[in-house]
Design a protein around this ligand. Structure first.
Ligand code: PHE
Length: 357
């Protein structure tokens, strides 16, 4: 019996996994194990022998069983320890930085302008960037061969040879949206239309693609005085300067009569553009009373309705407000420029919360 004890206790001690431990258990205390065989031999013994051997066998069985149980627990603990050390996670490690994009000044300023005009009752209208001849020119009182067509440096789309229809154009201004908006809802109407426009022009303040925002207000008695008030109201809200200096210059557009171009007071100091100071002027918009022919082309009765329109350069006023000297950089996608002049995605411009921070 001492041999059995030694054999199985050593076997229990030396196994290293649960499957091997189970083998030892079956061989020792299983139904057909060595202890069970020994139990059977008790029957052949004399009562005296049995009285000694029986309890001794039971005690041995108990001893082996508790060694097995202890080993089983030890193996489970070891397995857990191994897993814990393997699956270790350093929760104090700083998180990996994620690249954060910024909102482009053009998007930011568009949102700002829309917020200000929305507050004055203007809805947002849209039109296509590839326009046809009618909306970009004819309906705006610029017939074929009108000199204004040349002034625009228009990009023309391709037409197949022999196809003599006038080519589509990349819209040269947002004014065609005036026509589309009036066709859609008629008068009265009060809309602004921000978007991309295209002209073949390139220098420090001109790029072949740029952004405008069109304004249109048609009613029974809307006048030039309303135009001046709306624009001045807009400029002081946008630049956050009360009584900002503007200059209305008499001008000419085929689609407005009378017409005025509007400049904003500014200065250039060490390549830095500043508004509301100095003796420079930056032209930011064209405007005027909508020409009767334009109303007519859009299906609005010029005998009953009148109003103003304006077209403003979004990039221009972005340069002025945020002191950005070169327009061309707007469209170069230089990450350093975008990080410097870009805005946080979470700073939505609103009139109540502040237009920019
Ligand atoms: N469409 C004109 C331009 O791009 C601007 C403008 C719009 C002028 C509306 C008058 C009225 O130059």
């Amino acid at each position: 019996m001492d041999d059995l004890r030694q054999k199985y206790l050593e076997a229990v001690a030396s196994v290293t996994d649960e499957a091997a431990l189970e083998d030892v258990r079956l061989a020792a205390v299983g139904k057909k194990g060595e202890i069970a065989l020994k139990m059977r031999e008790l029957g052949k013994m004399t009562p005296e022998e049995r009285q000694v051997a029986g309890p001794a066998l039971n005690a041995l069985k108990d001893e082996i069983n508790s060694a097995l149980a202890a080993k089983k627990e030890a193996l489970a603990d070891a397995a857990l320890d191994a897993r814990l050390s393997e699956e270790w996670l350093d929760v104090t490690l700083p998180a990996r930085g994620r690249p954060q994009g910024t909102i482009h000044p053009v998007s930011q300023v568009t949102e700002e302008v829309v917020a200000i005009f929305a507050d004055m009752g203007f809805a947002v209208a849209e039109g296509p960037q590839i326009e046809n001849d009618f909306y970009n020119f004819d309906a705006l009182n610029i017939p074929p061969h009108h000199p204004a067509r040349q002034e625009f440096d228009t990009f023309y789309m391709h037409r197949d040879e022999g196809d003599n229809r006038p080519p589509h154009v990349l819209r040269t201004h947002t004014s065609p949206v005036q026509i589309r908006a009036m066709e859609k809802t008629g008068a009265p109407i009060r809309v602004i239309a921000p978007g991309r426009v295209y002209r073949s022009d390139y220098d420090q303040t001109h790029t072949p693609m740029f952004h405008q925002i069109e304004g249109l207000a048609i009613g029974k008695d809307i006048s030039m005085a309303n135009l001046k008030w709306v624009l001045e109201e807009f400029f002081s809200a946008f630049f956050e300067i009360d009584g900002i200096k503007t200059r209305f210059r008499a001008s000419h557009f085929p689609f407005t009569e009378p017409s005025a171009e509007v400049d904003i007071q500014c200065s250039w100091v060490d390549g830095q553009l500043r508004i509301g100071e100095g003796d420079g002027w930056m032209e930011v918009l064209g405007s005027g009373m909508v020409h009767p022919k334009v109303l007519e082309a859009a299906g609005v009765d010029p005998e009953a309705w009148q109003g103003f329109a304006f077209g403003m350069g979004i990039d221009r006023i972005a340069m002025l407000k945020y002191g950005i000297p070169d327009l061309r950089a707007f469209f170069e996608s230089d990450l350093r420029w975008l990080r410097h002049y870009g805005f946080s995605a979470l700073d939505m411009p609103t009139l109540a919360g502040g237009l920019s921070r």
